[in-house]
Write a protein that binds this ligand. Structure first.
Ligand code: BJ8
Length: 431
């Protein structure tokens, strides 16, 4: 397909202006390009419309940062987040940009381990390390970041991160009673106030209604993509679908939705013609669990290199991000904020207790995606997902669903051992 060598574009002058460690970052840029070429561009039978997403990766540290800088220069807020609980609609309503800053790379972890404990989640360490090492242009471009109180690793890291970048924290309730919803509504209002303070202007109800429609459309496009993956043969690889779900946290939302829909048009044609990204005999696997932040492609790569196809991600970089929409019938600001609060309270993160709706959701998505097995993925030291895994496993056993649970980090050290376990799991599906 792409004869010419793929490269992630360099913008050293812009990075210099963002106070980055340019020499070090440039090496990471080259490595990302090489990995991308190997994992993504080597795939045969790729949809043509993936070209846009290839370009996004090529411009991820260049063109997209320039766009965000333009918004910033116009006085609009640029907000970094680490959790799908932070209501991006409010940032968009203020004319700003909301960016997901979760870390998915092992390269920044040594920077974090200079200060943070080693035995915490790699996603938290990777994100912190990107800022500490000044090796992420997105971290350098944000006005401030918004953390949350979902897990211990995150909420205590925010106190340390605040030394490097202004860090605010939303309190996410841990239960879903009426009083927890009331708390969350207050947190949403405080978030809106903070965003307004930074942008220097109030968010109007019309702007909020427009932002809700815009982000709903982005989520709808991702829902459409997910539905298409339920076809056999799968019209798109799991790797490519995951990539799109990751890009959803960086790209301009309106353009992104258009491009995902264009891709879906092509996938619909493929489905009609019975053309897949893989053969119909490929074992179909659903991945469930902790999010996989860019550029974490470890599990999808292992699964698909072993001959499977991933057909669903029950994850925050996956369906948990887009399965629910905000009701668009709110008129007043209060009604709209109530609608928004209700939608966000439906996110079934394992930080909630009890959280049985997630178990039901996993089974529902398993059936909808026409998967043949579930791989539960938990990042190392994520206690809530690791413990909730017990209930997911029991539910799968009850339904006779082939199941494999993996706890891992970002290193390649366990790749051989994981490969063996994955191969045995795929054999089990084939039996
Ligand atoms: S709503 S899943 S994005 S918290 S994996 S950092 S919980 S130790 S990412 Fe998450 Fe929001 Fe929940 Fe979703 Fe902590 Fe666990 Fe690490 Fe996690």
């Amino acid at each position: 397909m792409n004869a010419k060598k793929f490269e992630v574009a360099a913008c050293p002058e812009m990075w210099e202006g963002l106070d980055m460690d340019v020499a070090r970052f440039d090496k990471a840029r080259l490595m990302l390009g090489e990995t991308y070429e190997k994992l993504f561009l080597s795939q045969t039978r790729r949809p043509e419309k993936m070209a846009y997403f290839d370009d996004m990766i090529s411009g991820i540290f260049g063109g997209r940062i320039k766009e965000i800088l333009t918004v910033k220069k116009s006085g609009k807020p640029v907000v970094g987040t680490f959790c799908v609980y932070i209501p991006e609609e409010i940032v968009v309503a203020a004319g700003g940009v909301c960016i997901g800053l979760c870390g998915g790379s092992p390269g920044s972890i040594p920077d974090a381990e200079k200060i943070l404990p080693r035995n915490i989640c790699p996603m938290v360490k990777s994100a912190y390390g990107f800022k500490a090492g000044r090796i992420c242009p997105y971290f350098q471009v944000v006005d401030f970041v918004y953390g949350e109180t979902t897990c211990d690793a995150k909420k205590k890291t925010w106190e340390i991160l605040d030394r490097l970048v202004p860090t605010h924290v939303m309190e996410i309730p841990q239960m879903k009673r009426a009083r927890d919803r009331a708390l969350w509504l207050e947190e949403v209002k405080d978030f809106k106030t903070k965003v307004e303070e930074i942008s220097g202007s109030a968010v109007s109800k019309d702007n909020l209604a427009g932002a809700v429609r815009l982000i709903n459309n982005k989520r709808r496009a991702l829902q459409r993509l997910t539905k298409l993956r339920a076809n056999n043969p799968a019209p798109i690889s799991g790797r490519d679908a995951l990539l799109i779900e990751q890009i959803a946290f960086y790209d301009e939302p309106e353009r992104f939705a258009v491009k995902v829909n264009e891709l879906c048009d092509e996938l619909e044609d493929r489905v009609k013609e019975g053309r897949g990204a893989v053969g119909a005999e490929c074992p179909r696997v659903m991945v469930s669990g902790t999010p996989m932040a860019l550029p974490n492609w470890k599990i999808h790569n292992l699964l698909e290199s072993a001959g499977a196809v991933v057909v669903n991600e029950e994850s925050c970089i996956g369906t948990r991000y887009f399965k629910d929409l905000i009701a668009e019938d709110g008129g007043s600001m209060d009604e709209q904020l109530a609608n928004l609060t209700d939608r966000y309270m439906r996110i079934d993160c394992s930080c909630f207790t009890p959280n049985d709706e997630r178990v039901d959701q996993v089974l529902k998505e398993y059936r909808q995606s026409k998967a043949q097995g579930i791989l539960h993925y938990s990042l190392q030291f994520c206690h809530t997902y690791n413990i909730e895994e017990i209930k997911i496993r029991e539910a799968c056993e009850g339904e006779g669903i082939p199941y494999l649970a993996i706890e891992t980090d970002y290193s390649a050290e366990d790749a051989g051992q994981l490969q063996t376990r994955i191969e045995a799991f795929l054999e089990q599906i084939g039996d």
